[in-house]
Structure formats: structure tokens, C-alpha cells
Ligand binder design. Sequence first.
Ligand code: XMP
Length: 311
Amino acid sequence: MDCRKFIEQQIAQIRQTVGNGKALNALSGGVDSSLTTVLGNRVLGDRLQTVFIDNALMREGEPQRVVNTFAKIGIRVEVVNARQEFLSALSGLTDPEEKRHAITDTFYSKVFGRIVRESGAKFLLHGTILTDIEETVSGIKRQHNILTQLGIDTEQAYGYAIIEPLKTLRKDDVREVAKFLDLPSEITERIPFPGPALAARIVGEVTREKLDTVRKATTIVEEELADIEAFQYFAVLLNDRATGIRNNKREFGQIIVIRCIESTDARIASASELPWPKLHLICERIINEIPDVNRCLYDLTPKPPATIEYI
Ligand code: XMP
């Protein structure tokens, strides 16, 4: 693709739409929202307010990591604590689409609505990419960031208009443009992480305890697979339990799934052929370091028929 032309077009579009106004954007630290932030910042400078919403569903140390990475490239990121709002909205929900809907609603309507009102911004810059739109519109899965394509009038519903500079790109294109703009490799090489965050990796109800468990497992999987060239890797906490034995005592413990996949754009994917000793090591660390987890599985299922995430 012609990165220079794409960037010029998007910069012109943002400039024309926002005019002398103010815009806001939510940065998650992933490559899509990072590229959106950098494009917006180039056009709007201080008239773009970038926030990181701490929704209690992020990986270990994520808010600070994102703030530090962007401080290095001269972009200030404000962390907004919305942990309790998200946990309350998810309480009692087990259905995947209901969980997604609760996250979308809390994000756009409650938390973002409030920040936008306080800031006076009329525009929200959004890192939606083409695959998100296609899968949502075709009814496969409601990606949490799709609104206008579902017929939601955001100005009326939430009080702001949405600008989506990346909506014609797939993940590999996004990385190419980000590299073209010389963004640091910690951004361009960052493995994808879904909008619903760790809630997409908990089957069943999302609770603080389950989040702690899947967060610890995620840290282990990411540490151990950091040197693997895969599209995405992560841990999932199932809603089932299984019998085990620890210290000569019967234990009905939790089950973690390791997922590691090969893909170029997330539309189709296959399980990575990980070295056996690596899988053993991850399994051993998970069952030894995380209380109450006594089983660890490796998911071999391709997409389709599975999706990459579990909700
Ligand atoms: P699935 O599970 O649909 O995932 O096969 C495809 C890719 O998209 C990521 N993903 C999301 N990204 N908002 C996002 O921004 C979402 O709601 C969402 N759900 C899944 C997933 O991690 C994978 O890379």
C-alpha cells in the first residue's frame, strides 16, 4: 500500500472534519489506537486529548506502560480510573454478547460521555479497522468499537461524532503505516489485544478474582512466548473446574487455556506449532504460580470454526 498517500489523506480528512474544534481519543496501547493517536496528534496537537481508560480489565502494568511509551514520543496520555464502573456493569453477566454490550455501553455512554462533556470535544477519534467492521456487520461478533456501522447515531446517542481514519485498513496494513511513521517497535510489534480486554478471555462471569487469575496467566504466557513469532498469544480462564491432586489432597481447581495462533489479518488463523518443552514450561509455571489453577490446556482449534478470542 502507499503509506504516504494514506497518511496525507487521513490527515486532510481529520483537519477538515475537526476544523478548529477539539477531539478526544481513547488509547489502549494496541497498534490501532496508537496509530490513530499519532495521526490525530500530528493534525491537532494539544487539541487532541488522549485518555487511557483504566477499566480493570487490562494486563499487568498496562496503564503505566502506555503512558511511558507515549511520553517518549512526546504525547501526553491521561489515565482515567473507571474500574468500578466496568466491574459493576459486568457483574452477573455470563452471555458473551451481553458482556460485550455492557463494556461498549459503559465505555461510550457512561465513561466517555462524561469525559467528552467535561472536555467540550465534539469528536472522538477511533481506531476501528476493516476487520472489526466486517465481522460486526456480518453478525459474527459485535466488536466493541463498532457503532456507526450498526446504525447508531453517536451524536444523538452519546453527544459526539466519530472519526475512523483506519477503517479501510487491515491489521497488517496498520502495522505497515505505523512503521512508516517510525513508531517504536514496542508499538508496531505489539500483539493484538481486544477492546473487551481480559473480559474476552474469561468464559462466564467476570469478577475481580477471575481477572486476577487470567491476568497472572497472561503475564506468564507473554513472558514465555515473547521470543516466538506468532500473531497473537494469550491465556483464557474457563468456567469449568476439574479434579486434581495437590499436597496429597483432592482439589477441584480452575482451568487455563493457552492460545497461540498464526495469522496475517485475524480473519483466518491456525494454532502455532509450539515446541513441546516451551508448552511444558508454561503449563508448569501456570499451575505452580497461580493458586487454584490445576489444569492447563493448549488450544489447537483454527479460525474458523473457532474465533481467536473466547467471547
Ligand atoms: P476473534 O476473536 O473475533 O478476534 O477471532 C479477531 C481479532 O480481533 C481481536 N478482537 C477485538 N479487537 N475489539 C477489538 O478491538 C473487539 O471487540 C475484539 N474482539 C476480538 C482479537 O484479539 C483478534 O486479534
